[in-house]
Design a protein around this ligand. Structure first.
Ligand code: FES
Length: 371
């Protein structure tokens, strides 16, 4: 196979170790068809994939899922990744984490931990997560993570359910001494797409939330956590530069070894390669699916002639597909798209949801790993 050096490396490698998760959040962006646990990659295959990706030039390695702590080999994978020279990041719900495991992961060389919270108090947090005592566990683990000297990111997925709690969320993040806090409005993929009417806040709610965060930053005077507030692109008039452009920076490997340019791409009518059958270099540089939306030759009008096409790359392919049924269309978030009315309709629909909320299923009963 010839090496295509005109394509830069996948700087960010996301290893989705398992889709199993002890939580049932309605905002989950995992696929609604979660796959089978027995189809997950073996430890040996993961070790090989990490080595291949590092050789190709990947530098950041995220372990996520589902809940990556459910894999008993997590420490082995972290250790291998660190030895290869990756900056390693664990993206976890905190459920299944213990002081012992936090220490073991430190010894394995883990650089960074991100813990998700669903709200600022136990009642709302546990209702959104669909699991009792989740808040107390997360809180306890966040304290230990900091006391072990890790840099810590807290991630709050913001939705209609918790947006009124922004002041309390800011206070909790300070109490827990977080380094970074992502206040990211749910992205409408997977379960979150099905539940969009129940999740999408109104523009007034979002403006108020953003103002509260901005005022808090001023009061903080650059001390304490750094807050990152991300609004949903439904209220923008230009689409987001999804994944920094298809096949430019991000490579996701799903639990069964499928290689994807983004975490949602499996929904698209494209055949994606698997690391069991092809090398990472072959996949990244030569696979049809990865090359399909690179550059701008695939673009329809108005993207084709737009002077902003270098900024947003025509937006998100998955969003275009979910909303219009055609992955080749301009992302309807763009006000120049002839499908933009779909976004306005979605916002209107979310003001009075008609269907019931769906909670994320688990694949099987989960026994949390005890080490
Ligand atoms: Fe798949 Fe945007 S999430 S391209």
């Amino acid at each position: 196979m010839s090496e295509n050096t005109s394509i830069g490396p996948p700087l960010w490698l996301l290893a989705e170790l398992t889709y199993e998760c002890p939580l049932h959040c309605a905002y989950c962006s995992n696929p609604t068809d979660l796959g089978k646990r027995e189809d997950e990659l073996t430890t040996e295959t993961w070790l090989d994939v990490l080595s291949q990706a590092r050789e190709l030039g990947s530098v950041q390695l995220g372990f996520s899922g589902g809940e990556p702590l459910l894999r008993k080999d997590l420490e082995i994978l972290v250790e291998h990744g660190r030895k290869l020279g990756f900056y390693t990041n664990l993206i976890t719900s905190g459920i299944g984490l213990t002081e012992k495991r936090i220490k073991q992961l430190k010894l394995a060389g883990l650089d960074h931990i991100q813990i998700s919270f669903q709200a600022a108090d136990p009642q709302l947090n546990d209702a959104i997560a669909g699991r009792g005592k989740a808040f107390e566990q997360k809180r306890k683990m966040a304290e230990i993570v900091k006391s072990e000297g890790y840099p810590m990111v807290l991630n709050f997925v913001i939705s209609k359910q918790n947006i009124a709690q922004i002041p309390q969320i800011l206070a909790l993040s300070c109490q827990l001494n977080a380094d970074y806090v992502e206040l990211a409005t749910a992205q409408y993929y997977g379960w979150a797409y099905d539940n969009r009417d129940h999740l999408l806040p109104s523009q007034t709610q979002l403006r108020k939330a953003e103002e509260t965060v901005n005022q808090f930053r001023v009061q903080q005077d650059n001390k304490g956590p750094q807050f990152i507030f991300v609004t949903p692109d439904y209220y923008e008039d230009r689409p987001k530069a999804c994944m920094n452009g298809w096949g430019s920076t991000f490579l996701t490997i799903t639990p069964d070894g499928s290689a994807l340019p983004c975490h949602s791409a499996k929904i698209l009518p494209l055949t994606f390669p698997n690391v069991v059958d092809k090398t990472v270099t072959e996949i990244w540089q030569n696979d049809f699916s990865f090359n399909h939306f690179r550059g701008d030759s695939w673009m329809p009008k108005p993207c084709k002639d737009c002077d902003e096409k270098e900024k947003d790359f025509g937006g998100c392919r998955c969003q275009a597909f979910m909303l219009t049924g055609d992955m080749n269309q301009t992302d309807p978030v763009c006000s120049k798209s002839e499908d933009h009315h779909l976004i306005t309709q979605a916002i209107e629909q979310a003001s009075a949801p008609k269907s019931a909320i769906k909670h994320r299923k688990r694949v099987a009963d989960i026994a949390l790993v005890k080490l």
